[in-house]
Design a protein around this ligand. Sequence first.
Ligand code: ADP
Length: 414
Amino acid sequence: MNVLVLNSGSSSLKFQVIATDRDRIRDHKDDRICRGEVEGMGGEAIIRFQHRDERSQTLTASLRDIAAALEYLVRYIASERSGVSEIKTTADFNAVGHRVVHGGEMFKESALIDDKVLQGIEDCIDLAPLHNPNNVKGIQAARELFGKDLPQVAVFDTAFHSSIPEQAYLYALPYHLYRRHRIRRYGFHGTSHRYVAFRYRVLRGLTREHTNIITLHLGNGCSAAAIKGGSSVDTSMGMTPLEGLVMGTRSGDLDPAIVSVIARKEGLSSSEVDTLLNTQSGLLGVSGLTNDMRELQAELKEHDDRRVRLAIEIFCYRARKYIGAFLASMGGADAIVFTGGIGENSPDVRARICAGMEWAGIRLDPQKNQDTVGREGKICAEDSRVLVYAIPTDEELLIARDTVRVILGEPHPS
Ligand code: ADP
């Protein structure tokens, strides 16, 4: 099955075409045909396109919205120019898998999209006003382009965390706020946490039930998950992706009273404070320079800037604190798994996070840590009681596989 995987944002549309089916999933033989991204929708957009391992192409086109971007992409992939021999017409796409940010309490697993599911995703807009509307637009655009008969599947960022128990998902607020407005922890990055937990278990030859790990997704957004018996039992992101770890531009945890203090002192509305916490804080806010960890590390090396050092230190300290918290809440873990752009590529950040955790049985092997960049590997010392891995995430692959499984009516093994 040629599955078109879509991740629709407000001004960008990320895509991949992955050929997979029951046998390929079993044999880990999924075929990544092409991938890319449309950026700057709404005006003159830039389209980056890569066929297999060939050189990436950059195109430009005036694309007013997601529907126009999708139509352009699909026509381009089907055209001779793309070099994609498997796809000659739109009829060669067999399914679409959508990344959907918020599935609320309704969606505990990936779902075949019909009118009821689409309505459910729309009902979750209240919980994710910045994200779900774009996902809905992506689904509607695909429906219009391919027709209603082409199966489409929604894979939710929140679904993996639907197993979190009440004591971990409820905030200590008046209970009626949960009853009335569903204010609770949902968690995000679920597809990524689920994927690396799956890879960990494949690498170690374990069953799902024996997967007791803490996963750290450190990218632009960052979150930690406590995974016990293969299921998520806690996570650092909350009702929105703002809670928890320090991120590129998000503050993560803070005293909630600070929100009204900032509003009062800076003369901001609550939604302006919300924007400040989401877009001007984190690594960017502390360093005053950039949200990009790679740039911060280069800057630290060159100029040893105090605020850059502080930003990295706060980032790593918070992550370490969450490892400690989750070790306590899970009653210990067998492994820590790093993923996301920073987790996969920065031995320095991984070392800073694990520093001084020997008491908990966590000890890195400096050489293995240094050597494991952008690939899967065990990075702990032989005598480390808790294993430590770096595992590149692959949310698109999991979305493609879920799409096939849902269409075939098979349960998810991971
Ligand atoms: P997103 O969450 O948007 O998918 P990524 O997972 O790609 O983002 O992560 C982006 C982050 O990863 C950026 O902060 C980037 O600087 C960081 N990163 C990527 N490569 C490296 C590297 N070699 N060293 C340090 N940080 C890196």
